[in-house]
Design a protein around this ligand. Structure first.
Ligand code: FRU
Length: 512
């Protein structure tokens, strides 16, 4: 077993405690990466993880995320961790406010872990997990105390942490895995859902309640009937859309089942009648994956003043190495999505604000046969709307991120014969987590015309199918000039219409 202390070399409380030239060195190196995104949020340097505190406050959207800007620093290596803070009017262009909260108290010394935010009387209440270790003099017998912590942010974005924990773990009958509070209000009461691990090493969600934000009462586990779904549920979120109650979370430790649960850790939701907030009873469906792609985790939602339920998520996975680490950074966010419910399933689409990024537009219509055809080139950021009909062929292949001779690409296969959509990342630049397979797929009725929406950025694709019921998000790390899209139809002709908007880069202004 490694000594935990090695994870905390040169631990500092504040980023401002680190010499500026060391911070700048990391940022400068990250800038040289060929994989920097054009319009997806990523960290200037170090690691970006879970979205936190996603909210609307003081007339603007606020997004925080798990941030270790010096995560890859060397000679010397520094350990510093907190929440990064970004603010936006349109969910597209962002003001960078630097550190939102840092790990600088006895409640969160070893990590300001994930949490959420709720506007309350002209302030933004932040609720998060403070990770504390005791017995750190021992080599391996460190004991974790998961504190649930409160803080208030004012309109100048100044954060005051509360000194007393709201809840102190571990709780009786549970292990020390107790984290990620997502707060919401119902009537005059506040509630939060938190991920928790039972003593028998199964995952669950705990519901807690407060009338004043200081004193919290434990209502109990949400009774989902899914008592054996992995060993830990991270980043839970409860919300309602129309008459539906939705509990989403990230279960760890599920076994792959056919084409489901193929990543290291999973994401998904249970949908049903509204949750009974007095008893925790939740009459709900089976567990559905929210995003079936290679890279998606730790999602969090908020409801905005247009009554939209908006989703943010980390387009990445824990314990997974990405090639950007060579440039001392990792991780990016998905482009924000609006959620609705159709026929008992969540459907997702990119928020309409994507239009603020629209630059050149063109429309292509093609009859595709067995000869390979070029559909588009010379852009690395696009919003693509496809309408395809391969009902007269065995299958249609679309190769994104393709090089000149199409030997390297992200391959989308619309297999009419098998009524299946497959995305294959096996022949696509630098491999990522190949141990978890190079294909993801879902059933797709291809006897009819289908619509597909693809958001492409320099090193990612988000693919929306079946009106947003099936979504696949992924990172891809190909060479800079892999900007072509090729199409081929197999054993019969296919029809294709493509409405393509090239996208400008989003603006990030630094307001520190
Ligand atoms: C999910 C997670 C959370 C935790 C955070 C720490 O990725 O493990 O459960 O709060 O990351 O960074």
């Amino acid at each position: 077993m490694t000594n935990r202390r090695t994870n905390f070399i040169n631990m500092v409380k504040h980023l401002s405690d680190v010499p500026q030239n060391i911070i700048q060195k990391e940022i400068d190196l990250s800038k040289t990466s060929p994989y920097r995104q054009n319009y997806h949020i990523e960290s200037e340097s170090g690691s970006l993880g879970d979205p936190n505190g996603f909210s609307q406050f003081n007339g603007q959207y606020h997004l925080f995320y798990q941030w270790s800007p010096l995560g890859f620093s060397q000679d010397p290596h520094y350990t510093q961790h907190g929440w990064k803070h970004l603010i936006s009017k349109n969910l597209v262009d962002w003001q960078d406010w630097g550190t939102g909260i840092e790990s600088d108290t006895e409640l969160d010394k070893y990590g300001t872990y994930s949490g959420s935010a709720l506007p309350i009387n002209n302030k933004l209440f932040l609720m998060y997990t403070g990770n504390m270790w005791t017995n750190t003099e021992s080599r391996d017998d460190w004991q974790r105390i998961p504190y649930q912590v409160g803080a208030m942010m004012d309109k100048n974005n100044h954060v005051e942490k509360w000194q007393n924990p709201l809840i102190t773990g571990p709780l009786e009958n549970y292990t020390d895995h107790f984290r990620d509070p997502k707060i919401f209000k119902e009537g005059s009461n506040y509630y939060a859902v938190l991920g928790i691990q039972r003593e028998n090493l199964t995952g669950s969600v705990l519901l807690v309640k407060s009338m004043n934000l200081y004193n919290w009462q434990i209502i109990g586990e949400i009774k989902t009937g899914h008592d054996n779904l992995g060993y830990m549920w991270e980043c839970p979120d409860y919300y309602e859309i129309a008459d539906y109650g939705i509990l989403q979370f990230c279960p760890q430790g599920l076994e792959t089942k056919e084409n489901k649960f193929k990543n290291i850790y999973q994401n998904g939701y249970l949908i049903g009648k509204k949750l009974d907030l007095d008893t925790g009873k939740f009459d709900c469906s089976e567990f559905h994956e929210l995003d079936q792609g290679f890279d998606f985790y730790a999602m969090q939602t908020m409801k905005d003043n247009h009554n939209r339920r908006i989703l943010m998520a980390w387009m990445g996975l824990p314990e997974t190495k990405y090639p950007t680490e060579n440039y001392h950074y990792t991780g990016c966010m998905i482009f924000p999505r609006e959620l609705q419910v159709k026929d008992g399933f969540i459907v997702q689409k990119p928020v309409d604000e994507i239009k603020d990024l629209y630059a050149n537009h063109y429309f292509v219509q093609k009859e595709v046969d067995s000869g390979i055809q070029l559909l588009a080139e010379e852009s690395d950021a696009r919003d693509i709307e496809l309408e395809l009909d391969c009902s007269q062929a065995n299958s249609l292949t679309i190769d994104l991120f393709a090089n000149e001779d199409n030997t390297d690409h992200l391959r989308l296969i619309f297999n009419h014969k098998k009524q299946e959509f497959i995305v294959n990342r096996g022949n696509c630049g630098i491999p990522v987590s190949e141990d978890y397979g190079v294909e993801r797929s879902c059933h797709l009725n291809l006897d009819q015309k289908v619509k597909v929406r693809i958001l492409q950025d320099v090193s990612s694709a988000e693919i929306f199918l079946n009106k947003g019921r099936n979504v696949f998000s992924m990172r891809v790390f190909t060479a800079k000039d892999n900007d072509k899209i090729f199409v081929t139809s197999h054993n019969g002709t296919s029809q294709l219409k493509a409405d393509i908007h090239q996208l400008r880069s989003s603006k990030v202004t630094v307001s520190r």
